[in-house]
Design a protein around this ligand. Structure first.
Ligand code: KG4
Ligand code: ZN
Length: 361
């Protein structure tokens, strides 16, 4: 069976065709994976402008789907189902994908599968590596999310921890912006950090000691003792403010920051972020007796995060899985994978489902 996946939750218009392999250990193969990125449009504004994003999705969606089918050497008649990101994300962007997918599926008499964006990021790991040893603990770390999910068995996702304020990718983007490095901030800070001294500046790492009063009714809330659950929640807004203060103080002595100075900030900031992410992930994995660790989402492209996760995994004897770069930032292949997972579990959408800006997994 071939399934068409569509993703338009933020600023990438993406379509992919996935084919079932019949192999339970490695259930899906990518027949085509096309992404039209809007980065060049939003860069000018220093971040994603929602209205511009939805308008560009409208322009790109037909061409992207046609290209995916053509790359897969398939026609619409060859498809067995359509999967689309329902949320969370920018509602105007999501609406383009949801409306397009519904219209296409309805007109061809195909079932439609609404997919949670983070289930997509998690399934990018299965798509790349086959079924993970379970229970698996997956860190989903992107521009919009920083969460830990326990996957006790295939297709079950239990929220264990999440950020109380900014997502890690958001912190990268904001720090890059205040350093005048453009958007998106992750890749450029990652590159600069390699030239800097990661001990040059002692930026603070936030440790939460209070319970989350606004906690969602998390599916995995009771999995950890309360004090551990507090400790493994994330927080990055204090770090972002510390970098802002540091830069403001330095600018008193001159408007232009010397290159070495910026590289030191990048390296020191990145050390704190990566340690914060991995300390919590490995602590939760130990409490939950995880058999493997996955890291998915845009920030999983980070070179230091990848290298240190590998090293810690080797040290603790825990296999660590990270998607290839093409599957770490937003794409439709991961949505197709999560869609096929749901389709085979009999979870097909009703025609009246809507795009949802916030949506629990
Ligand atoms: O998953 P994604 O494409 O979109 C969301 O669902 O948010 O993630 C985008 C985020 C951006 O914040 C970007 O700065 C970050 O991923 N990112 C990185 C790297 N590459 C992308 N962050 C750190 N290091 C990188 N190499
Ligand atoms: Zn994403």
């Amino acid at each position: 069976m071939h399934l068409l996946g569509i993703e338009t939750s933020c600023d990438e218009t993406a379509a992919a065709v996935l084919t079932e392999t019949g192999d339970p250990a490695r259930p899906w193969a990518i027949a085509a994976n096309v992404v039209a990125s809007q980065t060049a449009i939003h860069r000018e504004w220093g971040g994603v402008v929602p209205e511009l994003a939805s308008r560009q999705h409208v322009r790109d969606i037909c061409g992207v789907v046609e290209e995916a089918l053509s790359n897969a050497e398939l026609r619409l008649d060859d498809l067995g189902a359509v999967a689309v990101t329902q949320g969370p994300g920018l509602v105007g962007s999501l609406l383009v994908g949801v409306s397009f997918a519904k219209a296409l599926a309805w007109s061809r008499g195909l079932p439609i599968v609404p997919v949670h964006h983070l289930a997509g990021h998690i399934e990018s790991l299965t798509l790349a590596h086959g079924e993970l040893p379970m229970p698996a603990l997956v860190l989903v770390v992107s521009g919009g999310h920083t969460s830990l999910y326990l996957v006790p068995s295939a297709g079950l996702y239990q929220l264990v921890a999440r950020t109380r304020d900014d997502a890690a990718g958001e912190a990268y983007d904001k720090v890059a912006k205040l350093l005048g490095l453009g958007y998106p901030g992750g890749p450029v800070l990652d590159r600069l950090a390699k030239q800097g001294n990661d001990r040059a500046i002692a930026f603070p790492s936030t440790r939460l000691t209070h319970a989350d009063r606004n906690a969602p009714a998390a599916t995995g809330a009771a999995l950890l003792p309360p004090d551990v659950a507090r400790r493994v929640d994330f927080s990055f807004s204090g770090l972002k403010t510390a970098v802002l203060r540091y830069v403001k103080d330095a600018q008193v002595h001159g408007e232009h920051l010397p290159d070495g100075f910026v590289a030191d900030i990048a390296a020191s900031f990145q050390r704190v972020v990566v340690d914060a992410l991995l300390d919590r992930t490995f602590e939760a994995a130990r409490w939950l007796n995880a058999k493997s660790i996955g890291i998915a989402g845009g920030v999983s492209a980070n070179s230091r995060l990848r290298a240190e996760a590998e090293a810690r995994g080797a040290h603790y004897g825990l296999p660590v899985f990270v998607p290839p770069l093409s599957l770490s930032t937003d794409n439709a292949a991961m949505i197709g994978a999560a869609g096929l997972r749901k389709f085979r579990a009999g979870k097909i959408g009703e025609w009246d489902f809507n795009a949802e800006a916030s949506l629990a997994l």
